[in-house]
Structures are given as C-alpha cells and as structure tokens.
Unconditional design. Structure first.
Length: 379
C-alpha cells in the first residue's frame, strides 16, 4: 500500500527525484520586482512595494486593513498585544499547532491555556472551549472573564486554521462574545481559505498571516496583520515601526515599539506571488481531490474541508490507523524521496509548556498518533 502511494505521488509530480512537502515557485515577475526594489535602493521597510503588497493582501482577503511584518510570529505577537493580552493574563488556544502560536502568547507575558481540537476541522473545538470556560471561568463585576483556578483574566481566544482548514468560527465567536473574550485568528496557514464565504482572518477582531518559504505564497520571511478596525490598524503600523513619531529629521518615539516592518525586498517578492494566489489555490484544490479519490479507493482517510468552508489545502493531510501504521508510512515514503511528516508534537506534551492549564486532549492525542502531511505544492 505504501509503495503504491509513493508511485502515485511520483506520477502526480512527474518525477522520481526528491519531492518536497511544499516548495515555492518563482517566475519572471518575482525577478522583475526584486530588481526594481534593488534599483530603487529602498531595500528596507521604507519602499513602495511594502504598501503595494499590503493593499493587495487587503484586497485578496477582504480585510479593510493589512500591515506587513517581518514574519507571522511578529504579526501574531502584535495582534495579541493590541487585543489587551499582557503580563499575568491568559489566552485560550489549541494544543495541536506550531510552537509559534504559544511563543507569541509568551512574548506578551501571558500564559496559554490549552483545549482540544475537533477531528473534522483539526481546529479549536467549540465544545472543549465551552466546557473549559463553564468549569473554570466566571464573568466578574468588571465585565471580564476570569479563570477561577489561576485568578488570571482570560483576555483572548486564539483558534488556528491548521493546514488551511478553517475552524468553527461562528460557534467559537459566540462563546467568546458571551464571556467578553477577544477572538484572534491564527490564519498563518490559511491564506486563500474561506469560512462561509468570508476569508479566514476577517471574522476575529484581528488576525495574523504567514508568508514563510513553505506557505502557499511566500515573501521569504514575512507576515501580515489583518483587521477591519482602523484604530487597531493604525496602532499596529505605529508600534511595528519602532513607535516612531513622524518627523522630517528628529528621531522621536512615544512608546516601546518593535522593529517588525517587512523589508521592501520581501514585499516585492510577495507582490509578485500574490498575483498567483487564485491560481495556486485552484491547483492545490485539484491536487487535494486527487489525493482524496486515491485514498477512497485504497482505504486511507484524507482530511477534507468541512461544510460551509473552502480550504486552500496548504498541506494535504491523511489519517492512518494508528501510530505504528503512521511511523511505517513515514519511513517508507521518506526513504523513497517523497517527503512526509507527522503533526507537530502537541503543545501540552512539550516541557516548556508544563505550566499551562490543559483541558481534555482526546482528539489532539488521537490525531498526533495518526496524522501525516504529504506533498502539497501546486502541480
């Protein structure tokens, strides 16, 4: 069975050489825009490509505002900070995610609280979220949600659209509204994904996107904050530019800021890439359908988008029978130059997160033992 899968992937990509999980594709426009940025001599954050790229991301996602950053983690850090996440507060998020999600929370001096995911979306489970809040939290006279066990304010909830599959945002948002918790979306992996016709990242108050080298489009290193709130957008642009007050010659700064603005060179690459986003999403969705059909014929489950969503299928994902089966699959495919990988080690299993309050993790543990990502770059 695993040998058949290797041949299937090799035929999809038309090669017997190494097939990466997700490699970027570059064309003439990428070279053209990069040379234009070099010729302008504005290679840092002051060039025109930064603004153009922000406008293009805003248009593509339907968000009113987009603020470019050096990477997705920086975008998430600022999104959390501007939402009131601070020292000795808490943020509820999922354990099945990349470590950057929790790192950004820690940068704010806050403590993550970990809840389970749903098997169908791989994203934060509204049921697990509700169970945690009802058992451990309360609304106090100040109007905020407090964790009765830790005596810390629960400021935000941070669902992650894992591998491009949108989480159940309506249910999560309703719970957050009932407890005065800010909904922030970690949309790092879901550029081009839709939830009930709206782009992921536009349902929450503020959100973060990543343009790392392995994402659906790339700026090499880069991220983006998106929001519909002008005041948040203005604050985000200000503090990501070292909180510098506009002046023709003086260096004035009115608060502690961050050197987080995206350089013009990266934005030039991103502007060329985002023009291909629709093409890439279409190609990846066709690829996902081929994987799903192969799996259906061969008794292997591939994760598909849930009802009322459209996934960018950033990383195609299959679920095997058990951990032993998973490890055999990983060994066979990688040995034969087809790159596959398991899910990240869940955050509740990392020693660095031993201080986190953890809710039940039935689905997270189930998926970690069985989940595998397979080559997903546009064909």
């Amino acid at each position: 069975m695993f040998e058949e899968f290797v041949r299937f992937v090799q035929d999809l990509y038309g090669t017997r050489s190494f097939i990466p999980l997700h490699a970027p594709k570059f064309g003439n426009n990428e070279r053209k825009y990069l040379l234009e940025a070099l010729d302008s001599t504005f290679v840092s954050s002051a060039g025109t490509f930064v603004n153009k790229f922000e406008d293009s991301v805003s248009e593509s996602t339907g968000a009113n505002y987009a603020i470019a950053t050096v990477n997705g983690t920086a975008a998430l850090h600022v999104s959390l900070k501007l939402s009131g996440v601070d020292y000795d507060t808490e943020v509820i998020t999922q354990s099945l995610t990349f470590v950057a999600t929790l790192n950004a929370i820690r940068y704010c001096g806050a403590t993550p609280v970990l809840v389970d995911v749903d098997r169908d979306t791989l994203g934060l489970s509204p049921v697990s979220l509700k169970n945690f809040i009802e058992e451990f939290c309360e609304l106090r006279d100040d109007g905020f949600c407090w964790n009765k066990l830790s005596s810390r304010k629960v400021v935000a909830c941070l669902p992650v659209h894992i591998f491009g599959f949108p989480a159940k945002l309506d249910e999560i948002n309703e719970i957050c509204n009932n407890y005065n918790i800010v909904l922030i979306e970690d949309a790092a992996e879901s550029l081009g994904s839709l939830y009930k016709g709206r782009h992921t990242g536009t349902i929450g108050k503020i959100s973060a996107i990543s343009f790392n080298g392995n994402k659906i489009i790339t700026t090499g290193g880069g991220g983006m904050i998106i929001t519909n709130d002008k005041s948040l957008a203005d604050r985000a642009k200000h503090i990501t530019t070292t909180s510098k007050v506009k002046n023709n010659w003086k260096f004035l700064h009115d608060e502690v800021g961050f050197n987080y603005r995206m350089p013009n060179l990266n934005a030039a690459l991103g502007l060329a890439q985002i023009k291909k986003l629709d093409k890439y999403v279409k190609s990846k969705r066709i690829l996902a359908e081929k994987y799903y059909n192969w799996g259906k014929e061969n008794g292997i489950e591939f994760v598909i988008e849930s009802c009322n969503t459209q996934s960018n299928y950033w990383l195609n994902t299959l679920i095997l029978d058990n951990k032993k089966h998973r490890d055999e699959f990983l060994k066979e495919t990688n040995y034969n130059n087809v790159m596959t990988r398991p899910a990240w080690v869940p955050m509740h299993k990392l020693e660095i997160n031993k201080d986190c309050q953890v809710n039940e993790m039935k689905n997270t543990n189930f998926l970690y033992d069985r989940l595998v990502n397979v080559p997903s770059g546009p064909v």
